[in-house]
Design a protein around this ligand. Structure first.
Ligand SMILES: [Zn+2]
Length: 186
């Protein structure tokens, strides 16, 4: 697989803030930092999630009301490495363990399951992470920054990728870049 598709049609870090990106970016009550294991991409519930690459579904589980809630993990190969893409806080999942999927196929719909259950408005999101191990450990262990795969995090602009017309519009898989200033707010 030479490029990764984006997990959503419109991809933007929730509230455009660092603590919704990957790394030791969040703070505890005492001011010490803690990890966020992936990207939070803003999405109203029932937004379609796409397979970022062709591969096989390795997990399709419901951990609600805790943690990731409803989740899917897709195993895929990118640049010679076997990796695992986790999509969580889902509402509906259209694949089971063992399902083979093509790149750009709809595999699930976003939601507020697990510990995202209290979220509303602009905080509703897809939690998306990329792992080097199916059962990654605590903190950042067994995970990679999605930015290292996509080349950038979608902050201060939205990556729009029309999955239905991907091959027509987007042979490089890099998406269209729309600056925040170009977006009209009603
Ligand atoms: Zn998250």
């Amino acid at each position: 697989m030479s490029f990764l598709a984006w997990p959503l049609e419109t991809n933007r870090i929730r509230r455009d803030v660092t603590n919704n990106t990957f790394g030791t970016v969040r703070r505890n009550a005492d001011g010490t930092k803690r990890d966020h294991q992936g990207w939070d991409l803003v999405a109203t519930p029932l937004t379609a999630c796409y397979a970022i690459a062709e591969g096989v579904i390795r997990k399709s589980e419901n951990h609600s009301p805790k943690g990731h809630g409803k989740l899917v993990i897709l195993e895929f190969v990118f640049q010679g490495r076997t990796l695992f893409a986790l999509y969580s806080h889902l509402s509906l999942v259209s694949v089971v363990r063992g399902t083979k999927v093509s790149q750009g196929e709809v595999i699930a719909y976003t939601g507020n399951s697990g510990n995202a259950s209290g979220m509303a408005g602009e905080d509703q999101h897809l939690h998306f992470e990329v792992r080097t191990e199916l059962d990654a450990g605590r903190g950042l262990a067994g995970r990679v920054d999605p930015k290292t795969l996509y080349g950038r995090a979608p902050r201060e602009y939205t990556i729009v990728e029309s999955h239905g017309q991907k091959r027509l519009l987007n042979p490089s898989g890099t998406g269209l870049k729309i600056n925040a200033g170009d977006m009209r707010r009603w």
